[in-house]
Design a protein around this ligand. Structure first.
Ligand code: BTN
Length: 251
């Protein structure tokens, strides 16, 4: 396949750049990678720490054979792909996924996914999704900003051998397209089965805080067949949460 790929020494956000390429017709699987970002974005309008020469910042354009209604579940497909790849590259560390989109090692975050979509209501074939992935690869503990030190990590900090971001970019695309194909042909259940192997919250006490301020505390039952997280509270009521922040007990 002829992908339209781009590598940029610096960009504001690879997600924004990828959206532009998608609007211009770049095919399924095309990607943008940057060495650093000046306005890297995270979920919930946060910024994503994006220094040069250390990490992977990339975005892929997906035009899946799925209804746009299923696009939100691509966040979990992308998380699965990243976790599978990281686990394969660095068998010495234990890679986990924290719903909906955090890549975890040793209780700390080493990467995240920002999935955005553009839906054409008159013609589904013009719809696309942008999957943005940031992974801390070779960042050292000295380089990690003090404010992030207790919550964030990198493969290097966890003792994994050095990883080349360009190699990772290509390997991640292959894994992502393979997992998107699983979603298309076998359905989300199969994605979920694989995702659950990495679930760091399952069976653990979790507290969910919605952007509205609503709080649900209980035990995580893992994501349901739509990709929404289920939390069982003390009285046995099961709450389904859509988005927002989850924290584990004691973290
Ligand atoms: C999160 O955990 O909040 C999601 C972080 C996503 C960061 C990546 S880095 C590459 C891509 N471009 C962006 O601006 N954000 C994503």
């Amino acid at each position: 396949t002829a992908y339209h790929d781009e590598f940029l020494p610096v960009v504001d956000s690879t997600n924004r750049r990828a959206r532009l390429l998608a609007d211009q017709g770049a095919p399924h699987g095309s990607g943008v990678r940057a060495d650093r970002q000046t306005a890297g974005r995270g979920r919930l309008s946060r910024t994503w720490y994006s220094p040069a020469g250390r990490n992977l910042y990339c975005s892929y354009i997906l035009r899946p054979r799925l209804s746009p209604a299923a696009y939100p579940r691509l966040t979990m497909v992308a998380g699965l792909a990243a976790a599978e790849l990281l686990q394969r590259c660095s068998p010495g560390v234990r890679v986990g996924l924290k719903w909906p989109n955090d890549l975890m090692i040793g209780g700390k975050k080493c990467g995240g996914i920002l999935c955005e979509s553009s839906v054409d209501h008159t013609d589904d074939s013009h719809s696309f999704a942008i999957v943005g992935i940031g992974i801390n690869l070779n960042l050292t503990s000295e380089e990690m900003p003090a404010a992030l030190r207790s919550i964030a990590t990198s493969l290097a900090i966890e003792g994994a051998p050095p990883v080349d971001a360009a190699v990772m970019f290509t390997a991640l695309r292959d894994q992502l397209l393979a997992d998107v194909a699983v979603f298309e042909t076998e359905g989300f259940q199969e994605v979920l089965t694989r995702w659950r192997r990495f679930d760091v919250l399952a069976g653990k006490r979790a507290t969910w805080v919605a952007q509205t301020g609503e709080v649900v505390a209980g035990v995580s039952l893992g994501p349901d067949e739509k990709g929404l997280l289920r939390i069982e509270d003390e009285s046995g009521v099961i709450h389904t949460v859509v988005s927002g922040d989850i924290s584990m007990a004691g973290k």
